[in-house]
Every structure is written in structure tokens, then in C-alpha cells.
Design a protein around this ligand. Structure first.
Ligand SMILES: NC(=O)c1ccc[n+]([C@@H]2O[C@H](COP(=O)([O-])OP(=O)(O)OC[C@H]3O[C@@H](n4cnc5c(N)ncnc54)[C@H](OP(=O)(O)O)[C@@H]3O)[C@@H](O)[C@H]2O)c1
Length: 292
């Protein structure tokens, strides 16, 4: 099966390409200089040339705080780009998978969020991703799947785990918010799930994050505990702070865990826990040894 991936150089795209090749999918992933998703003609002509069965759109503007002051750019990539990809997929009779986020939710409901829960973003990034979801569903001729995920960490790119590992070795005190909960998700697991979803041929919306809701502070504690035996330089002291003490341009949902029941039914297995995901990531970046 031929898969066209936009955003293949990103954190998730990197894992997707690695696993896709391992599983013998035929993959094509142009870099941004070859196909800019905001350029409709480029997206359409490339898609027509490749004739994929499925298009996975991982291309995104992901700078959550910067988006507050770069609204137009965020919408340009996350919504206009998504529209171009969905139209190209529809014109070539391909299915399209758009990767979205837990940040489409406001975080007011204190239980894992269902696909049927109403989205209501509280920051520009979330608004632009919700707009991307809607335009994808609208333009893809009934052949769109929206996969919402959360708090990704993968080998390539900057993410919370990589940042913590660096700070634990370079700072005396590391402050992390303790009043926001989410599901940290290993990008390697999500990539495997996406390839399952490619084969299953489903449409609509599905939530896909590792299992277990945790605060950023507790997650940081787990990271520190996991790496300390392997990284003796990781000697920082962790300090819990509240959201109001840790001012950032973009508001974050207080609780944005995603419910994995629908996904488990589709792929026939429960999601990996975030603990397993963290361990797999630490093995992947060679901090932990897979035999221990
Ligand atoms: N990271 C998270 O914690 C998180 C959480 C929930 C959902 N998501 C969603 O998951 C998806 C993947 O995220 P990620 O962390 O892998 O993102 P990422 O590492 O920031 O990668 C974004 C990718 O999009 C590409 N891109 C940006 N603008 C483009 C354009 N105009 N044309 C073509 N390609 C463009 C980038 O290419 P260059 O390398 O050339 O810039 C890169 O390959 C996104 O849809 C994101 O919204 C992420």
C-alpha cells in the first residue's frame, strides 16, 4: 500500500517513516522545500504524481506559545494546509489522515475525553488545529480520519522529555507545573497505531494517546527517577509550581486526557501506558538498556 506523508521530517513523521519501512509499506514523504502544504498547486500535482492510497498529514505549525502572536501563520499551515491536502487526497481518491491534538478541548471536564465530546479550544494553536480537522472532514469526500493525540515525545525534535533530560543535567532546580494533567504519548507507539489505522480503513475521529493521565510535574519526576541510574549528571531538584506561577503566552487545558476505548476497539488492543512509552523512548535514545 502506498502512503504519502506530509511532515515526514517532524517528530511523528520520523517515527512513521521508520516503522512504515520496517513493515514494508511503500512510503513517499516530500520535504517542505519540495512540497509546501500551503501551496495548493504543489500539493495537488505531487499527490497526483504519487497516486497514494492514503495520505497522512503530519505537517503542522506546532509552536503553541508562538501561535498566540502568529495566528495567521498557524492557521495558514494547520487549516489552509490541511484543506489543500484533503482536496488533493479527494481528487486522487485517497484516504486522508489528519493528526490533531488534545488542545482542541478546553480542559474543563475531569474525565478522559471522548470523540463525541464538544471541542472548544482555549488557545490559537488549538483553534487552528480544530479548523484543520473541520476542513479535512469537509473536503475529503467522506474519506477522512482525524487522529487526536497528546504530548508527544519521539527521538527526533524538541519535546518535554528531551527538555527535562537536558535541564536535569544543567540546572540546580527545575520548576514544572503540577496542576495540568494530560497523557504523555510516545511517538513510536503512535506511529505503529497510525499504520494499523491505515490498514483498518476507518473514518471519522479517533483519540490516540498512551494510557494514563498524569501531571507534567509527576511526569517529570518519573523521567528523573528513570534516568538517574543511567545519567549521574542528572542531579537537579524538581519543584512543583502552579499554572499561575508559570506564565506562558498560550493557555493550556487543565485536564486533557483522551479516552482510548474507541481506538482499542478498532485495533484490538489497549494503548501502551505512558510508563511503557517512556521506557521505550529512553531505550530508543540509548539512555536505558533494553536488556535491563
Ligand atoms: N508535539 C506534540 O506534543 C503534539 C501533540 C498533539 C498533537 N500533535 C500533532 O501531531 C502532528 C505531528 O507533530 P510533531 O510533533 O511531529 O510536529 P513537528 O515535529 O513540529 O513537525 C512538523 C512537521 O511539519 C512540517 N511542516 C511545517 N510547515 C510545513 C509546510 N508549510 N509545508 C510542509 N511541511 C510543513 C515540518 O517540516 P520542517 O521540518 O521542514 O519544518 C515538520 O516535518 C501535528 O499535526 C501536531 O499538531 C503534536
Amino acid at each position: 500500500m502506498k502512503i504519502l506523508i506530509f511532515g515526514g521530517s517532524g517528530q511523528l513523521g520520523h517515527e512513521l517513516i521508520k516503522r512504515g519501512f520496517d513493515l514494508n509499506f511503500e512510503l513517499v514523504s516530500p520535504v517542505q522545500s519540495e512540497v509546501d502544504v500551503t501551496n495548493p498547486a504543489q500539493v495537488l500535482s505531487f499527490t497526483k504524481r504519487i497516486k497514494p492510497s492514503v495520505v497522512i498529514n503530519c505537517a503542522a505549525y506546532t509552536a503553541v506559545d508562538k501561535a498566540e502572536s502568529e495566528r495567521e501563520e498557524a492557521f495558514h499551515i494547520n487549516c489552509e494546509g490541511a484543506k489543500n491536502v484533503a482536496i488533493a487526497a479527494a481528487k486522487t481518491n485517497a484516504r486522508v489522515i489528519y493528526i490533531s491534538t488534545d488542545y482542541v478541548f478546553p480542559g474543563e471536564v475531569r474525565r478522559p475525553l471522548l470523540e463525541t465530546d464538544a471541542p472548544h479550544p482555549i488557545n490559537v494553536y488549538g483553534e487552528s488545529k480544530l479548523a484543520g480537522e473541520l476542513v479535512t472532514l469537509d473536503q475529503a469526500g467522506g474519506k477522512a480520519l482525524i487522529v487526536r493525540t497528546s504530548s508527544l515525545f519521539g527521538k527526533k525534535g524538541i519535546n518535554f522529555v528531551a527538555t527535562m533530560i537536558r535541564l536535569f543535567q544543567t540546572q540546580k532546580v527545575v520548576k514544572v507545573v503540577s496542576d495540568q494533567q494530560m497523557c504523555p504519548t510516545w511517538a513510536g507507539w503512535l506511529a505503529e497505531v497510525l499504520l494499523d489505522l491505515v490498514r483498518i480503513n476507518t473514518t471519522g475521529i479517533v483519540h490516540a494517546s498512551c494510557k494514563g493521565a498524569i501531571s507534567w510535574y509527576d511526569f517529570a519526576s518519573a523521567i528523573l527517577e528513570s534516568i538517574q541510574p543511567h545519567v549521574p549528571e542528572a542531579r537537579a531538584v524538581l519543584e512543583a509550581v502552579t499554572t499561575s506561577e508559570f506564565a506562558r503566552p498560550a493557555k493550556r487545558p487543565v485536564y486533557s486526557a483522551l479516552d482510548g476505548t474507541k481506538l482499542a476497539g478498532l485495533i484490538g488492543r489497549p494503548a501502551m501506558t505512558w510508563e511503557e512509552g517512556l521506557r521505550s523512548y529512553l531505550i530508543d535514545i540509548e539512555i536505558m538498556d533494553s536488556t535491563k
